[in-house]
Write a protein that binds this ligand. Structure first.
Ligand SMILES: NC(=O)c1ccc[n+]([C@@H]2O[C@H](COP(=O)([O-])OP(=O)(O)OC[C@H]3O[C@@H](n4cnc5c(N)ncnc54)[C@H](OP(=O)(O)O)[C@@H]3O)[C@@H](O)[C@H]2O)c1
Length: 369
């Protein structure tokens, strides 16, 4: 008996031909549909590729950077949490512009916003986060405890205020903004509260236990201040120390101490802050490296910080710059060393220091206690 396959191929009797013709037609139609679908998919993919490439070309300078390796997109903190290595900083991102900056950043791929209660824009940041549609648990949110609230009883209410404004029930990171405490409702320095940050820290530990905060850290602490704090029987070690790090103030000793002691640094004002950004972008060594690699000077400076092992927090409210600052690459070793040497070859110059503005009888960054 001929097989079914044989029947389809055979030129046998009419009965057989009648029974196989519709099947052949069906098969042809099916092949046709598949071919059309495949062609449409190919055209669609090509169009999508072209659109994406042209979008990237807007903020990626042409050049050799396509051959550069990528840098880590996160660092792992002692808690086991992964903190994205590049954040959008939102200090001086004014009301009416910070929301768009946050939305642009989230669309670009940022998953880390570095904010603070004192920046006065947390409600708009929270609203933008909500409107972006990016789930809360995919974004790393940092806020900071301002100088007026170091008294243990003042910590939780101001943390709650940040949580309410941000529209969230937990922060990924809460930081003591400055190692300086002010007296309640004033901008007057409080010597006692400043001398011993441990009671404030214990309250922060309690906030972690309560689930309002996942990680706690410090900011603007120099080595003696860190040693002063960590000499206490801490339940939770500082997860990070957020400090100024840029071409003018690279702080290699603090970086080494931090690596040796497992307290990662976060680099604020990585471009030199508003006052020094143009000067930073015009440093001859930075420009030369940028030209050699086909990057922008800002990309070189931001890449350098991540390559040094620091979490980096560039601020911008300009969409093209927000996108530019997110494209970072590993600098070849020789160029990395060249930049590190250039940054250390001049006397360190801090771009921000409010000691005088706050009327302090000492410099915040001098050795202490
Ligand atoms: N813990 C602390 O005490 C502390 C202190 C300072 C800062 N921070 C944090 O660190 C973040 C960054 O520091 P920062 O704001 O002082 O300084 P920054 O990020 O070094 O510089 C920001 C300035 O650079 C401009 N800029 C950004 N990207 C640029 C690019 N690709 N090309 C040209 N110009 C560019 C910005 O302008 P546009 O915005 O107009 O684009 C802005 O004027 C802050 O937002 C804050 O989150 C923390």
């Amino acid at each position: 008996m001929p097989s079914y396959r044989y029947k389809l191929l055979s030129n046998g009797d009419d009965d057989e031909q009648i029974s196989t013709k519709p099947a052949v037609r069906r098969k042809k139609i099916l092949f046709g549909i598949i071919a059309v679908a495949a062609a449409m998919y190919a055209v669609f993919s090509a169009a999508r590729f072209l659109v994406r490439s042209s979008r990237l070309a807007c903020h990626k300078p042409p050049g050799l950077h396509r051959n550069l390796s990528s840098l880590p997109d996160h660092f792992t903190l002692p808690s086991g949490d992964n903190i994205p290595s590049v954040a959008l900083g939102v200090w001086q991102a004014g009301r009416g512009e910070v929301g768009n900056a946050v939305k642009t950043a989230l669309k670009t791929g940022y998953r880390h916003i570095d904010g603070a209660w004192a920046y006065g824009n947390e409600a708009e940041v929270g609203q933008a986060l909500k409107e972006s549609g990016v789930p809360r648990d995919e974004v790393w949110l940092t806020s900071k405890l301002w100088n007026n609230f170091h008294a243990p009883e003042d910590v939780e209410p101001v943390l709650d205020d940040s949580l309410n404004k941000l529209g969230t029930d937990y922060l990924d990171l809460y930081i003591i903004h400055w190692p300086i405490a002010f007296k309640k409702d004033t901008s007057q320095y409080d010597p006692e509260l400043t001398a011993d940050p441990y009671p404030t820290w214990q309250k922060l530990e309690e906030m972690v236990e309560k689930g309002k905060v996942r990680n706690i850290g410090v900011s603007n602490f120099n080595i003696p201040r860190l040693e002063n704090l960590t000499a206490n029987p801490l339940k939770i070690k500082p997860a990070v120390n957020q400090v100024e790090l840029n071409f003018w103030n690279p702080q290699p000793e603090l970086l080494k101490w931090s690596n040796d002691n497992g307290i990662p640094l976060e680099a604020y004002s990585p471009l030199g802050g508003t006052g020094y950004v143009q000067k930073s972008l015009n440093v001859p060594q930075v420009k030369a490296i940028a030209a050699e690699l086909g990057l922008t000077p800002a990309q070189v400076l931001i890449s350098w910080q991540v390559q040094r092992g620091t979490i980096v927090l560039p601020k911008s409210v300009t969409p093209s710059r927000i996108e530019e600052n997110f494209q970072i690459f590993e600098l070849p070793e020789a160029l990395f060393v060249k930049l590190e040497r250039a940054a250390q070859s001049h006397p360190p110059q801090r771009v921000g220091n409010p000691s005088k503005q706050w009327g302090l009888p000492f410099d915040i960054f001098d050795d202490y206690p």
